[in-house]
Design a protein around this ligand. Structure first.
Ligand SMILES: *[C@@H]1O[C@H](CO)[C@@H](O)[C@H](O)[C@H]1NC(C)=O
Ligand SMILES: *[C@@H]1O[C@H](CO)[C@@H](O)[C@H](O)[C@H]1NC(C)=O
Ligand SMILES: *[C@@H]1O[C@H](CO)[C@@H](O)[C@H](O)[C@H]1NC(C)=O
Length: 280
């Protein structure tokens, strides 16, 4: 009896431990094994956003690497806080969900919107599919969609997802815009490549062009004949780069069972507790 009681208590203690571990959103813990996001974690703490994020139950953080966040890390604290709040999406989006989005563009609500300070949609983000890529920008009309989806760093469906993007999103009204960095040689640039410089830098036409450029057999959804740089150069290189990147992202996609393990472990423990109580 004494033994049974104590083993029941032990089970209960473990169960509680497991469930609180599996349940809580903790952005610091989610990224603690990723030193390339240490600056973002520091800045979230400095601007006192960490506890606000951790209180949420369903959240996606658009994460910036130490390099990428350099362009905003020195801004005044209040400005920085507003900008960072625009990188916290009040919904769950991981790679699977982003790729499954049917609409060409989706409006995402951010933490900044929840402050009530949002103006002209600057508390929202526009997530669009362009050039075979997923891009983010402020939802303010005319704002550039220059932050590219890179990978899903952490996912705990459907509570916390951390998605890496290529550069900060600074909505109009929240600070000076960040310049799009020049495209690195082998990875996909966030903007249409210089090769297609004949076209406008706006993402719209480039998107159509990508569909038009789709390889035969890929069954393009739309193939507008009006793609601006079609006549110039077919330029398959950037598209291939985009494809490679998506393929790479597919490869690193973690299995969705991570958090299920916690759940089923918990369920087994519940059974154990019930069973040992039933044994009295
Ligand atoms: C995870 O999110 C769901 C809703 O999406 C919520 O019902 C659940 O309570 C959350 N889990 C925790 C432990 O916060
Ligand atoms: C979140 O995780 C960090 C690192 O593991 C830990 O130091 C911190 O206490 C956790 N915060 C909460 C609220 O559990
Ligand atoms: C997102 O941006 C694109 C390109 O600027 C635009 O065509 C689209 O209407 C926007 N979507 C939303 C939901 O605002």
């Amino acid at each position: 009896m004494g033994l049974k009681a104590s083993s029941s208590l032990l089970c209960l203690a473990i169960l509680l431990g497991v469930s609180s571990l599996a349940s809580s959103v903790n952005i610091t813990r989610a990224l603690e094994n990723y030193p390339e996001f240490s600056t973002m974690i520091e800045l979230l703490a400095k601007t006192e956003l960490t506890p606000i994020i951790n209180k949420r139950q369903t959240i996606t953080v658009l994460a910036l690497s130490n390099d990428a966040i350099g362009s905003i890390s020195g801004r005044p604290e209040e400005e920085l806080k507003n900008i960072l709040m625009n990188h916290v999406v009040l919904d769950y989006y991981d790679e699977l969900k982003l790729k499954a989005l049917k609409d060409k563009s989706t409006l995402l609500t951010t933490l900044y919107q929840s402050t009530g300070l949002g103006q002209q949609q600057n508390g929202f983000l526009n997530c669009s599919k362009a050039n075979g890529k997923i891009v983010f920008g402020s939802a303010v009309k005319g704002a550039p969609l220059t932050a590219e989806y890179i990978t899903t760093v952490f996912r705990n469906p459907f509570n916390l997802s951390v998605v890496q993007i290529s550069m900060p999103i600074v909505a109009p009204g929240l600070g000076a815009p960040v310049k799009v960095p020049p495209p690195p040689p082998m990875t996909s640039p966030p903007a249409p490549s210089p090769k297609k410089a004949g076209a406008t830098p706006a993402p719209g036409p480039a998107e159509e062009e990508d569909y038009a450029d789709a390889p035969p057999g890929a069954a393009p959804e739309t193939a507008p004949a009006s793609a601006p740089s079609e006549d110039g150069s077919p330029a398959p290189a950037p598209e291939n780069a985009g494809k490679k990147k998506m393929a790479a992202a597919d490869e690193v996609e973690p299995p969705s069972s991570a958090s299920n393990t916690g759940l089923s472990f918990g369920a087994v423990l519940v059974l154990g507790v019930v069973a040992s109580f039933a044994g009295f």
